[in-house]
Design a protein around this ligand. Structure first.
Ligand SMILES: Cc1ncc(COP(=O)(O)O)c(C=O)c1O
Length: 422
């Protein structure tokens, strides 16, 4: 059956034919491709076409699809166990590895997604401070927990409105929204609401509305204001954790968040999330303390062993550094090509994350810097790239991922394809 037929059938049994909205190609138009298999840097469609994949499952596959070393460990675990609902040694091994790599995280707990990690970390912050308000930034995404589905509202500093039907206004009102890269606005929000803010949550490398790298001074301001007003700082490292370095952005920035959330890479492609931080906060969790959180499939052995195998390989082979060099070279070649072709696009990158976007002539650090026709232009390029068998994320605002499986040869081949697509 071809992709078109499968999509028609899917629409009858799943809303919009998908299980996560962006997969439906709504923002780029056309029919989504159905993929049946994947290997390394590539995915193969049901039609039998093989694409170079720069989406890589939206981030988890830092080693590429079905890395052979991870695959071996998974196969062994399948022969051992895959769901226990009881104490086991596998999560302990991963937890020890992670707390060593990210020492500001003294204790952690595994959950099944990034959304769950964020929701739980926020609950801990509220439990720790006895305050209700959470401050987030416009241009950061934290999953689909009700309190995070908000947008900047009109009126008073920081007030938010729900951005999804089904989110009660009282929950939206417990969230404040500030712009990125703006110390003054941040100060204004703290001045008005500081004594009610339980925590500030941020992607220390915002990578969900493009790649909006922030100035270190801005991040430091978040820390100093939070400290002054007694609010916790939560780093959402669901994308950046173990992606930009073993210690994620907290290591890169040399900062000390109170709580951190992880997902994607730490499960090696299986549904794993985690939140952690200072023991004095994490010990508030049941069964030790009064903050409740639980999960039937939490710390499922397959995810634990796939995650650990992935993280160990990243460390043992010093992969981050090599990915940085590889990506940096490729991005620079790509930018030369874009310039040569007088393309309206440009690419920026941070480590192995990159963002192909409309060139506005300056670096983009917040949502207000976007040009309004960014999505439309990207949609055209996206389809031209598909014709060249290159798969980018089906949205102008999603970043791309270079994986360990994107060797120099694969990247050179991709560059050739992009040249034709342009
Ligand atoms: C920074 C960040 N936080 C949270 C989430 C939510 O994670 P999940 O999709 O696993 O629920 C995402 C997902 O893309 C994310 O990028």
């Amino acid at each position: 059956m071809d992709s078109k037929t499968l999509f028609e059938k899917s629409q009858k049994v799943a809303p919009g034919g998908v299980h996560s909205p962006v997969r439906a190609f709504k923002s780029v138009g056309g029919n989504p491709i159905f993929f049946k298999s994947s290997k390394g840097a590539t995915m193969t469609s049901v039609e039998g076409d093989t694409y170079i994949d720069f989406c890589q499952s939206f981030g988890p596959n830092i080693l590429g699809h079905r890395d052979p070393d991870v695959s071996k460990v998974i196969e062994e675990m399948v022969q051992t166990t895959w769901s226990l609902g009881a104490c086991e040694p596998y999560s302990l091994e991963l937890a020890e590895f992670m707390t060593q790599a990210a020492p500001w995280m003294e204790k952690l707990r595994f959950v099944c997604s990034g959304t769950e990690a964020v929701m739980s970390a926020i609950r801990v912050a509220r439990g720790a401070t006895n305050r209700e308000k959470i401050l987030k930034f416009d241009g950061c995404y934290h999953g689909h927990y009700d309190g995070m589905l908000v947008k900047a509202g009109s009126g008073l500093a920081g007030k938010a409105a729900s951005s999804s039907a089904g989110v009660p206004e009282v929950l939206a009102e417990a969230t404040l929204v500030a712009p990125l890269d703006d110390e003054q606005a941040l100060e204004a929000v703290f001045k008005e609401h500081g004594d009610q803010i339980a925590a500030v949550i941020l992607e220390p490398l915002p990578a969900n509305f493009g790649l909006l790298e922030q100035r270190k001074e801005f991040i430091e301001k978040i820390h100093s204001l939070s400290k002054h007003y007694g609010s916790l700082v939560i780093y959402d490292e669901v994308i950046s954790g173990f992606r930009v370095s073993m210690g994620g952005m907290a290591e890169v920035l040399k900062t000390d968040p109170d709580l951190v959330t992880y997902g994607k890479i730490i499960g090696g492609g299986f549904p794993v999330g985690c939140y952690g931080g200072k023991a004095k906060y994490m010990d508030l969790l049941a069964p030790e303390g009064p903050v409740y959180q639980a999960g039937t499939l939490a710390a499922s052995p397959l995810g634990m062993c796939a995650g650990l195998a992935t993280l160990k390989k990243l460390k043992d082979k010093n992969i981050h550094q090599q990915l940085e060099i590889r990506t940096s070279k490729w991005v620079s070649e790509l930018n030369s090509l874009l310039e040569e072709k007088s393309s309206p696009f440009v690419v920026n990158h941070f480590g192995s994350l990159f963002w192909l976007h409309k060139n506005t002539g300056k670096s983009i650090s917040r949502v207000e810097d976007f040009d309004s026709d960014m999505g439309e232009l990207y949609a055209k390029l996206f389809h031209n790239l598909l014709n060249q068998k290159i798969y980018m994320a089906p949205s102008a605002f999603e970043v791309g991922f270079v994986s360990w499986a994107h060797t120099d040869e694969v990247l050179a081949q991709a560059l050739e394809g992009i040249k034709k697509a342009l």
